[in-house]
Design a binder for this molecule. Sequence first.
Ligand SMILES: [Zn+2]
Length: 265
Amino acid sequence: MKTYLLEEMTWPEIKEALERGVDTVIIYAASIEQHGPALPEMTDTTLGYAEAVDLAKRLGNALAAPVIRPGLSKHHLGFPGSITLRPEVFKGVVEDYIASYVHHGFKKVILCASHGGNFQTIDAIAEEQAQKYPDVCIVAGCSLDELDASLAEMEVLEGLPVGTCGGHACDWETSIMMALDENYVRRDKLQAGYVGALTGELLQRFFEKGVNSVSEIGVMGDPTGAEAERGQRYFAYLQDMQEAAVRKHIREWEEQRKGVNRKEQ
Ligand SMILES: [Zn+2]
């Protein structure tokens, strides 16, 4: 059996992988939260698994940790079912994941978010933990700004109106979920939410007053034209961007490490 998911492996298989030189663990932080009337609450978790496994294949010598869920979803509590962790609890879980994998001998830890509300905290944790374990390469994946920029680029490439990929249960997320499994999507419930520019003021309201203050159905964007084939294109495009970001962060860590070693000599 060949799997990239640590939770599907036995301990002797993991031991053997480490001895073979597998040195990287990829940790995705997702969410359990409302995704409008057509997508399940597990959407970000499902995306997290798909992205983590794909990234592990791309990087080589890497395995994917169990996706962390729930995450930071306070702004989604206006809708039934969403769970949110207190920031200190979330932080503690991520830190304990890192401590466990470092204990087992992983030399590189990649922290990624498959939920918008986790990005900032993940970036901060990566920085802090890199200080705590100077011999381990601990880096974050792409930033939320890089993700938003990629979504805007994809809209242009696909010839879609501005705001179609508003970032939540939109054309992007719905198309990728269709690509992963058509059964995830309630096609007859697809409905446009807020469609338009994501201004700073709007995003502030989104996070502080809750998603329902911007969109009554909890959707940012327009998923009504979503399709599985476009989902595959979104996925490849975004994973290219994620891989490039991760490789860049690893290179930067290695450069910095070389500088430190030179100083110590
Ligand atoms: Zn989502």
